[in-house]
Design a protein around this ligand. Structure first.
Ligand code: NAX
Ligand code: ADP
Ligand code: K
Length: 468
């Protein structure tokens, strides 16, 4: 706890820029989260801050924290006299990972008053009122501008409503050890992602990186075919095939692709398929979808293909090869009902029901497998909310699934890696302002290069490629 509190106080000092004369209000609940706030408050008081603690449960407040604050010259105040209208800094230690359900009325009122006041809002470990496991907010939650969290990124900080209440996230290493990293919900690092993308070696030829087939775009929406094919080419440039009615546009944009205007069966051999972006939902599109799903190859089902799948989900249940569905919320609702506040549970439920992998897109994309294993994506930018970026993600994922057929990478991990890479490409593209989906395609090689250069667990680049 002392390590957590020291890290917290250090971040507060950096954020506020000074301690002397700083007016700090601590919102303190009955558990260790309140204890962290009290101990950090004591450290700030020793540096000259004027610290006031408001105790939500005075007889159960953390005794050691309380003694430390008193010893450092901090004072206690009633709820009615919390000083939130004049605090420079507010530390939310109402409740942390031990919280259950929405904020109780007195806590909710404090969170509201803090938000209305002038102080910088810093949550301790987790904004109070956010469910640590799911990010769901039932009622009200502390609207933090910064969250200082300990040891590990709790899923609730990055998924759903929790992400919006977290503000900027600061991680304090308190030496919790690796057991927490093995939790049921994982988040990839750059090094994890790079480790899962094999670079070509001297023994490679154009077929050994995995051959992906793209069924995307139409005469009405040629762009989806161009973006999806371009994304696959820029991820695994070994060999990309295209089959569909946007053939002319795709051929013109990517002379490197092997293009047919015919059906998937006319495209030549592939090791994975992407089906759906911009294909429409007419009878021809339905018959093409059925043909692709009838193969024993891994398939990414995206966009229009998800809409068609809603009429016949058994097409996916019947498959034995890996299938990854990549819905956004509205597409998800068509195939599996409303997403609701718990995005991880929704994705897990759909994956188990359909016997496939579900990548549920959003500001924090989640990936779940039929066995319940799940990933929360930690990369991306709101600038990704622009037409065509989903087509790019489908192309990246299709390419990774084709190479997974060679390397044995599980589909759920390929999907998590695709989301990670896509988010990083978005961050790179958005560095100078709004991005277009085509920018992501062009920046994929640089994104992959940066991932390979990212420090791994031992401080050396995760993966040097291409291997000699
Ligand atoms: N687990 C660990 O290894 C560490 C935990 N630490 C701190 O300990 C915290 C967890 O402490 P606890 O397990 O004591 O639990 P919390 O302090 O998160 O919350 C438990 C208390 O909050 C109250 N509460 C629960 N739900 C509430 C709601 N909806 N509205 C209002 N009050 C509510 C309950 O009365 C309960 O006493 C972490 O968030 C972190 O701040 C850190 O000190 C570092 C190490
Ligand atoms: N607010 C946001 N913050 C971060 N990423 C977002 C946000 N909104 C959407 N995205 C991402 O942008 C992509 C949009 O995909 P999609 O909705 O399929 O678009 P399209 O069908 O136009 O290609 C997804 O990868 C999604 O995760
Ligand atoms: K908190």
């Amino acid at each position: 706890m002392q390590r957590a509190a020291t890290g917290l106080a250090t971040h507060c000092l950096a954020l506020a820029g000074r301690a002397h004369g700083l007016r700090v209000t601590l919102l303190v609940g009955a558990g260790d989260n309140g204890g962290d706030a009290l101990l950090a408050g004591a450290l700030l008081a020793r540096r000259g801050a004027r610290v006031t603690a408001v105790l939500l449960a005075p007889d159960r407040a953390h005794p050691g924290g309380l003694a430390a604050l008193r010893g450092a010259g901090g004072r206690l105040a009633d709820l009615a006299d919390a000083g939130l209208d004049r605090a420079d800094l507010v530390l939310d230690g109402i409740v942390g990972i031990g919280g259950r359900g929405g904020l109780r009325p007195a806590a909710a009122e404090l969170a509201r008053a803090a938000a209305a006041g002038p102080g910088l809002l810093v949550a301790v470990d987790l904004p109070s009122g956010v469910d640590a496991d799911t990010g769901a907010v039932d009622g009200e939650a502390f609207a933090a501008q910064h969250t200082v969290t300990f040891g590990t990124r709790t899923p609730g900080l990055v998924v759903g409503a929790g992400r919006r209440h977290t503000g900027r996230l600061h991680l304090v290493d308190i030496g919790l050890g690796p057991h927490l990293a093995a939790a049921a919900t994982r988040q990839l690092t750059d090094a994890d992602a790079a480790d899962r993308i094999e670079a070509p070696s001297a023994a490679s030829d154009k077929y050994t990186q995995g051959v992906v087939g793209i069924v995307a775009g139409s005469a009405t929406y040629p762009g989806a075919g161009v973006l999806c094919t371009g994304a696959a080419l820029h991820t695994r440039p070994g060999l990309v095939r295209y089959a569909g009615t946007a053939a002319d546009g795709v051929r013109a944009a990517w002379p490197e692709a092997i293009v047919t205007a015919g059906r998937p069966g006319d495209a030549g051999r592939v090791q994975s398929w992407v089906v759906g972006p911009g294909v429409g939902t007419d009878d021809e599109a339905r018959s093409v979808l059925a043909e692709v799903l009838d193969t024993d190859l891994p398939v990414v089902v995206d966009a229009d293909a998800l809409t068609m799948l809603a009429d016949d989900p058994d097409l996916v249940r019947a498959r034995t090869a890996p299938t990854v569905l990549t819905p956004h919320d509205r597409e998800f609702a068509r195939i599996a009902g409303d997403v609701g506040p718990d995005r991880l549970a929704a994705a897990r439920r759909a994956a188990a029901d359909l016997g496939c992998t579900v990548l549920l897109k959003g500001s924090a994309t989640v990936v779940a497998d039929a066995d319940g294993s799940a990933f929360v994506n930690g990369t991306g930018t709101p600038y990704l909310a622009t037409a065509g970026t989903g087509d790019v993600l489908a192309g990246v994922l299709g390419a990774l699934l084709a190479s997974a057929a060679v390397t044995g990478l599980p589909a759920v991990e390929a999907a998590a890696v695709a989301a990670h890479v896509h988010g990083r490409a978005g961050e790179l593209a958005a560095a100078r302002g709004p991005l277009l989906a085509g920018d992501l395609v062009r920046l994929l090689p640089e994104t992959l290069h940066r991932l390979r250069e990212a420090p791994g667990p031992h401080g050396v680049p995760a993966a040097r490629g291409p291997a000699q």
